[in-house]
Design a protein around this ligand. Structure first.
Ligand code: HEC
Length: 104
């Protein structure tokens, strides 16, 4: 896995997250399938904490996606809901992608 959107999609979002985050009933309206994830994450306000973007380009510390993956979110549960959680190396690659500008 590398710190690129396509790698994160194929190693994390598609195999781990779309079990719940897809289709019309996706939690908080967040679809993480390959066709929707980028436009639903980058620069979009969180439904749970509207003051934060799900992904704030260049600012992983203030991206709600990262809060949910690391387990220090202020609303709801750590993701993936119920675990097993992502390992630190995987989360760091997602942080790096965001800090590099969250490019597609
Ligand atoms: C077993 C079902 C399930 C899985 C798998 C899952 N989620 Fe979730 N997710 C939820 C539910 C339910 C909520 C809303 C309740 C909560 O936040 O605890 C949620 C909420 C979220 C939110 C908050 C959205 C917002 O706009 O505030 C984010 C971000 C998120 N999930 C990301 C992920 C990511 C990334 C993965 C994969 C690594 C993932 N989830 C896997 C069920 C799941």
């Amino acid at each position: 896995m590398t710190a690129t959107f396509s790698s994160i999609q194929s190693h994390v979002f598609t195999p781990v997250c779309t079990a719940c985050h897809s289709g019309g009933a996706a939690p908080q309206g967040l679809r993480l399938d390959a066709a929707n994830s980028f436009t639903m994450l980058v620069g979009v306000s969180s439904a749970e904490v509207s003051a934060l973007k799900r992904v704030a380009p260049g600012d992983a510390d203030n991206s709600y996606l990262v809060h949910k993956l690391e387990g220090h979110q202020s609303v709801g549960a750590r993701m993936p809901f119920g675990g097993p959680y992502l390992d630190a190396g995987t989360i760091n690659l997602i942080r790096q992608w965001i800090n590099n500008g969250a490019l597609k």
